[in-house]
Design a protein around this ligand. Structure first.
Ligand code: C2E
Ligand code: CA
Ligand code: CA
Length: 654
């Protein structure tokens, strides 16, 4: 061969061996893209070796070993076939990376057709001499159609340049520029083939390109989690897409780790890392023989671990085993006792109802947010009920978003009766979604927690406050005998450092006297916010507003909050009231009267909620409860009805 340069081929063999060694020592995802890449590496290696062998053998033939003539042909044909094979692999790899999917049919057909023509021409060349031939003396010559040897790399490179142009966003800037550079130089190289060392330069250049790919797109660390022996979240995404694309069924066990039991120094980052490392390496079953290991991959993303089972059939049994193994306790190291993991677990199958990566993440997001699934260490399966709940949750979220956008809420008012004044001196403002056409009536008990979880609550609360303020401003409530209005504050509002400032601004904007507002705060909101809330309360109280502790008796009812926080009013929850009236034993019967007694001693005003009949009203009144609220007096009613109600019941008194 003219212009032959063996050093270029030795260099490219060295490059390839280096990459092959590194790749084989690192863990790799078993995805189509990686197989293509490894295949391309080996094919290029054999190509270089066979090319060197062809040159060596043809030298021997020229030196007189005529018996090797046939072998010389054979090995040269092999090297040209390997050329097309490695090009196919490299460019299929690029197509899979760029276009993300299986190679599309038309491209695949064109490439295959070209390769078949190429192979036929190369294979028949000993008879036709149209691609190349050796003369009697053993010298190599190109035939009439030798251009096909250059055309193929050029066709692939041009296709790849086009694909790069249409799929710009897939690669990073560096990766994109690198691929542009290699493909463009490949085209130039082919065009200038007559002047340059022939194939060795092209093969060398391909090896450099493959090395470039290794350092960027194909970097083995790209999909590895650096703390554990698992893969990372990008790896998960690539893996899921790969399995979906290739229509391979699989299952995923999702474990959201919430806490550990048994770590002495608590939830310290270093400990956490140790446990994750241990879990992830245990799950790879390295203690088992390769054949006996279940085919699974482990992925980690912060406190979430995803275990992918390649065989969906055995998944359920394995998942249950893994779930109990992890939550029953694992040994982290010799010194530590076993650590128990507290986790939420969800097992799901592909394809099943989940067919895309987006659906996968939307299921996970829902599973993590809805309180309904706050069950720990208990395997949850995706079933019809799960999807029903998910759909309802998403419908409600959409409704709230819509309401915020279109001002689609209404405020209802539930009058509160004063046992001393014998009139309705106050009312609680309760929110309603006005659009009930799509999914029917949705209770605030359902949509407020969803709005909180979806970070919509602050916008919703502002809308609520504005609605209430503009009602108070426009309706002359004081003249109708109303002393103040009760407004619910959500937990999210209570954490805001500038809550007092915001509320004052709003009250001033609508020209409402601060003493006309009483804010209701639940115990849960109180627990989370401590000092910040006390400061805000004091600030608003200094202006004249008051505060009520809502839902007293429904939760933990820690007396600490009653004592430490400056509440003027305590609202007894419906449940404590109803339990009293339904109670048959003396112990239960004692709770309500004694609570009322205690609260009166503390000099706080009491509102009893959920008063539904005359008997309840009378007995609560007898106990000394100052204010009563419940269906017995009125359900929550809209603005107009509330005004009518006040005219009817309050004005008759005065
Ligand atoms: P809550 O603050 O405890 O409100 C009292 C709830 O009890 C209201 O339900 C009211 O309609 C209901 N209720 C009152 N008397 C009776 C009765 O005699 N029998 C029965 N069965 N129920 C009675 P609603 O309006 O469905 O509100 C539910 C919860 O949603 C409220 O509980 C409150 O936590 C929340 N909420 C409602 N409106 C707002 C709001 O504007 N902002 C915030 N942050 N939360 C709100
Ligand atoms: Ca309330
Ligand atoms: Ca309440």
């Amino acid at each position: 061969m003219n212009n032959y340069n063996i050093y270029l081929e030795i260099a490219s063999v060295c490059f390839l061996l280096l990459v092959i060694c590194i790749i084989n020592t690192k863990r790799q995802l078993s995805i189509f893209q990686n197989w293509l890449y490894s295949g391309a590496l080996y094919a290029l290696l054999f190509l270089n070796v066979s090319d060197m062998a062809a040159v060596f053998v043809s030298d021997r033939v020229r030196a007189g070993a005529t018996g090797l003539f046939g072998f010389c042909y054979g090995i040269t044909i092999l090297s040209f076939l390997l050329q097309i094979f490695s090009l196919q692999l490299i460019y299929s790899y690029l197509t899979v990376v760029l276009e993300g999917k299986k190679i599309k049919k038309p491209q695949f057909l064109v490439f295959t057709l070209l390769s078949v023509i190429y192979s036929i021409l190369v294979l028949t060349t000993p008879f036709s001499k149209i691609v190349f031939y050796y003369d009697r003396a053993g010298a190599f010559h190109y035939g009439k159609f030798s251009c096909i040897l250059y055309c193929m790399p050029a066709v692939f490179a041009v296709y790849s340049l086009l694909s790069l142009h249409f799929h710009k966003k897939v690669l990073s800037k560096l990766e994109r520029n690198l691929m542009l550079f290699f493909n463009a130089t490949m085209v130039l190289l082919v065009l200038s083939m007559t002047y340059l060392p022939r194939f060795p330069l092209m093969y060398f250049w391909l090896s450099v390109a493959v090395m470039g790919i290794f350092l960027t797109m194909q970097s083995p660390d790209r999909y590895l989690d650096n703390t554990t022996s698992a893969f990372n979240e990008d790896g998960l995404m690539v893996m899921i897409n790969d399995r979906i694309e290739r229509e391979k069924p699989f299952s995923v066990l999702f474990m959201a780790i919430h806490d550990f039991e048994g770590i002495k120094d608590g939830f310290v980052t270093e400990n956490k890392k140790k446990v994750y490392r241990k879990i992830c390496s245990d799950l790879r079953y390295r203690n088992l023989k390769r054949k006996e290991r279940p085919k699974i991959d482990v992925f980690r993303d912060n406190d979430n671990i995803y275990i992918m089972f390649h065989e969906a059939v055995k998944a359920e049994e394995l998942a249950m085993r893994i779930g109990s193994k992890v939550t029953d306790g694992i040994y982290v190291d010799e010194n530590a006792k076993s650590v128990k993991v507290v986790a939420k677990m969800l097992l799901f199958d592909f394809p099943g109802r989940i067919r895309t990566e987006e659906q996968f993440y939307s299921v996970i997001r829902y599973f993590l947010t809805d309180d309904y699934y706050n069950r720990y260490n208990q395997m949850q399966f995706i079933n019809e009920e799960f999807y029903r709940k998910k759909k309802r949750y998403e419908d409600v979220r959409r409704l709230v978003e819509e309401a915020i956008r279109t001002d689609g809420i209404q405020m209802y008012y539930q009058p509160i009766y004063s046992t001393q004044r014998k009139d309705f001196h106050s009312a609680e403002a309760l929110v309603r979604l006005s659009d009930t056409t799509t999914i029917g009536f949705v209770s605030p008990e359902e949509f407020i927690p969803i709005a909180e979880k979806e970070h919509l609550i602050l916008q919703l609360e502002e809308l609520i406050l504005r609605k209430i303020c503009s009602f108070i401003q426009s309706a002359n409530l004081r003249e109708l005998g109303v002393s103040y209005m009760e407004i619910n504050l959500s937990g999210n509002q209570c954490v805001q450092a500038d809550l007092a400032e915001q509320l004052q601004k709003l009250i001033n904007e609508y020209d409402i006297p601060p003493e006309f507002i009483n804010f209701e705060v639940t115990e849960t909101a109180t627990i989370d916010n401590g000092d910040c809330l006390i400061r805000n309360m004091q600030e608003l109280q200094s202006q004249g507003s008051t505060f009520a502790l809502d839902d007293y008796g429904s939760g933990a009812s820690n007396l600490k909050y009653l004592v430490e926080y400056p509440f003027e009013i305590v609202k007894l929850d419906k449940s404590i009231v109803w339990t009293h009236f339904g109670a048959t034993n003396a112990k239960t019967k004692a709770v309500l009267p004694l609570s009322v007694h205690m609260l009166r001693e503390m000099k706080v005003y009491i509102v009893a909620e959920g008063v539904e009949n005359a008997e309840q009203k009378e007995e609560l009144e007898r106990m000394g409860v100052q204010y009563l609220q419940g269906y017995y007096f009125s359900k929550p009613i809209c603005e107009e009805e509330y005004i009518r109600f006040l005219r009817k019941y309050n004005c008759k008194q005065g």
